[in-house]
Design a binder for this molecule. Structure first.
Ligand code: URA
Length: 287
């Protein structure tokens, strides 16, 4: 297509058309350009124990993409180049508080998403909150601001929370991966597995009373369930890692992005929020 006008006008046209990345005309196989990493010894890891309660709802799933989940032994990723034997497990486990965990993530070069992202998107809200939400991955606005759920999905999430009298400062919000996937694609199994030790450590350190996954990929990653959110929502699970002294109640909800596309499902989402509020005993916020 031939475009007239100044470079600024052409750029504005592209932005309006939704173009948010610069790519070349020819595809580049970047895996082929890299040297294969040396074998690493991953730190031993125990998968979280999960206990599923009987279903309260048997609806069909609307958000059901295949994602896996726990990093398999041997899938640990090199940090700061192939000479490093430190793994994402080791880095995450070494963090003794949320600030150290953020610093560990900032220093971590083992996730390919970091190369294309503008900012690390770690957490928002209150690390002392009783209620924690985990979404899928940062989008464009989150990447710009370095905060999770600050775009259209985040605005709906804020309204959903407000409907049960909760504000963003009363909850902790994070994602299964900490950098925006290019073009907002679903994170790959490898990307999710690489970030998972940091997310698990975040749950361990913040010790929420209730963990809520938003959308199919987050439910699969955190709850280890293969069913879609339509079947998982309305049910309670327990989430526990090897280092936690007690399990956390966990449940799944539709992702706000899905609710924006399918407003008919908001009624179910509101039921889920009321169930969460009930489980909190009407008191969110700090312990
Ligand atoms: N969607 C997500 O899953 N997470 C965000 O942070 C924003 C949108």
């Amino acid at each position: 297509m031939h475009l007239k006008g100044s470079a600024r006008e052409v750029l504005a046209w592209h932005i309006e058309a939704g173009v948010d990345e610069t790519i070349g005309n020819e595809p580049v196989d970047r895996f082929a350009l890299r040297k294969p990493p040396k074998a690493l010894q991953p730190a031993p890891q125990q998968a979280p124990k999960l206990v599923s309660a009987p279903p309260a709802s048997e609806q069909t799933d609307a958000v059901n993409s295949a994602l896996p989940l726990r990093p398999a032994p041997g899938s640990a990723t090199a940090v700061n180049g192939e000479n490093s034997v430190r793994t994402s497990f080791e880095l995450a486990e070494a963090a003794t508080n949320v600030a150290e965990l953020r610093a560990a993530l900032e220093a971590f070069d083992g996730c390919a998403l970091k190369k294309t992202a503008t900012n690390l998107v770690f957490i928002d809200g209150n690390p002392l909150a009783r209620l924690m939400f985990v979404g899928e991955a940062p989008g464009a606005e989150e990447d710009r601001q370095g905060l999770p759920f600050v775009g259209p999905s985040g605005r709906l999430l804020d309204k959903m929370l407000a409907s049960i009298g909760i504000q963003r400062v009363d909850v902790l919000i994070s994602n299964t991966v900490f950098w925006r996937p290019p073009g907002n694609r679903t994170p790959t199994p490898q990307e999710t597995a690489t970030c998972m030790p940091f997310l698990e450590r975040l749950v361990e350190l913040t010790d929420p009373d209730i963990l809520v996954t938003l959308g199919g990929p987050a439910a699969k990653a955190m709850l280890g369930e293969t069913q879609g959110v339509g079947r998982l929502r309305g049910r309670w699970f327990t989430y526990e890692t090897a280092r936690m002294s007690h399990p956390v109640d966990a449940t799944a909800m539709f992702h706000p992005a899905y609710l924006l596309r399918s407003p008919g499902q908001k009624r179910e989402a509101w039921r889920d929020l009321v169930a969460i509020q009930h489980r909190l005993g009407g008191h969110a916020g700090e312990r």
